[in-house]
Write a protein that binds this ligand. Sequence first.
Ligand code: ZN
Length: 263
Amino acid sequence: MSQTAPFCELCATDEAVADCLVIDGHCHVDFWIGAYCQDRHIEGIIEVCDELGVDKLCINYGACPEMRVANDVVARGIRKYPNRVVGICYINYYEGGAEVQQAELKRCFDELGFMGIKVGNFHDIYPQTRGYFELEDPLQPTWEFAQERGASILCHGVVTYDIARRYPGANFIVAHGGGAPEGYLRVAELPNTYCDTASTGVQTGALELLCEKVGAERIVYGSDLPAFDLGHRLGVVMAAQISESDRELILGQNMQRLLNNVK
Ligand SMILES: [Zn+2]
């Protein structure tokens, strides 16, 4: 089913682009080197969301290596917009061992109301860097916490087949996986893996291929705001040659289901 023509017409109006539940499953806030930055502060971001019809934002700070500092910025957004901002706890495995990770996860989930986890990489600013495949042990407390709470983890390249298989109660969202289906398809046979649409490049037909090969119920809309314009990835999903029911799953229903799973 083609939505290209109606989508283009809609963009020329004042109407919200998507008339269904829209949850941005992968975005950030505040300072970001080289970011597109429509407005990197939460107040401005919410204004853009209102214009486009984006209902909720799953935010991790992501560009700060200090976990508490990063997560406190997101917590401010939750306090100001409790119905719009979903906190995603940023875990930096270079910052401390198991106890530090566990303490920050508990602080974010139990005290600040966070509902998801992001693991990422700041290899270049730490003296002892680790390769992706050496990360299983350092991040074990995080995988275990996610398993126990039924939380989803946004992963920048660090999830492996073995990790996803060992923690079936956790859900793993492969960041940017929607723009690189050839990579995502390798872990797609595991039902607790998802991919998002945030990407530095979206290949033509990538979403259609993923819907066909693994199903729309495993794809999550994400913008990577403020590194990229919030509307661009929304347009990628809106213009994809997929059914309306698949589009609604990708735009918001899948992420809502993942959030409902959190204990
Ligand atoms: Zn990102």
